[in-house]
Design a protein around this ligand. Structure first.
Ligand code: ATP
Ligand code: MG
Length: 217
């Protein structure tokens, strides 16, 4: 059974065609990388996979074990799409605690561990409105996996990160794969894709095509 299967998926916005008859599937336990030019539809693709927007045609089926409780949003998916929004008047830890309180499954200690894993000190008192771009990005990455989500949908997870932080988070993601997690990420950086991904795809001609990493857009 495929974890995520897109069948004949088409999507356009007001005359801008993004996807036409896309057939692709993602299997458990692998890291997939997707690249494509600005505006080619990467974030739209992730929003469709997560059920935030619907395809115009075709269907997206998520393995039923992730679709419990009649929820449109798959369970146990950790997600970063576009620029995540946080509450500027709260610290990073407070933001993550609010998010974690929705499910109530993890302790403050586990949230702090997720922050430390991405290189953030949980005890810093700065409000998130004063965080740098890279610090905000690290909070976004931390929220995507802090509840031990088994599928990570990460739209440009390395955005705004310095070289050492990129290395740290690359290794974190590889560790997640060893634990059996599935990761689908987008990146404009071929090196990140080469380092991490079992399979690479690019958006071309309104579809997703697999390619070997020596080929570049
Ligand atoms: N809700 C919407 N209504 C209308 N058009 C939209 C909507 N969401 C996305 N689009 C358009 O769809 C196209 C693809 O957008 P998307 O954000 O998926 O691009 P992307 O590949 O993620 O680009 P980037 O590399 O800049 O992040 C863009 O032309 C965008 O303007
Ligand atoms: Mg995008």
């Amino acid at each position: 059974m495929d974890l995520i299967k897109l069948s004949n998926v088409s999507k356009s916005f007001k005359g801008i065609s993004l996807f036409s008859n896309v057939n692709v599937s993602f299997k458990e336990g692998k890291i997939y990388g997707i690249k494509g030019h600005n505006g080619s539809g990467k974030s739209v693709l992730f929003k469709m996979i997560c059920g935030f927007i619907n395809p115009d045609d075709g269907e997206i089926v998520i393995d039923s074990k992730y679709m419990k409780n009649d929820n449109d949003f798959p369970e146990n998916f950790g997600v970063i799409i576009d620029r995540p929004g946080f509450i500027g008047s709260k610290t990073g830890l407070e933001n993550l605690k609010s998010l974690a309180s929705i499910k109530g499954e993890i302790s403050e200690k586990e949230i702090c561990m997720a922050m430390e894993a991405v290189g953030l000190d949980p005890s810093i008192k700065q409000k998130m409105r004063n965080y740098s771009l890279g610090m905000k990005q690290k909070i976004a990455v931390a929220q995507s996996f802090m509840e031990n989500q088994s599928v990570l949908i990460l739209d440009e997870p390395f955005n705004a990160l310095d070289v050492d932080s990129v290395k740290k988070i690359r290794n974190l993601l590889l560790g997640f794969k060893k634990e059996g997690k599935t990761i689908i990420l987008t990146s404009h950086n071929q090196e990140d894709l080469d380092f991490l991904c079992d399979e690479q795809m690019r958006i071309n001609n309104y579809t997703l095509e697999s390619y070997e990493s020596t080929l570049k857009i």
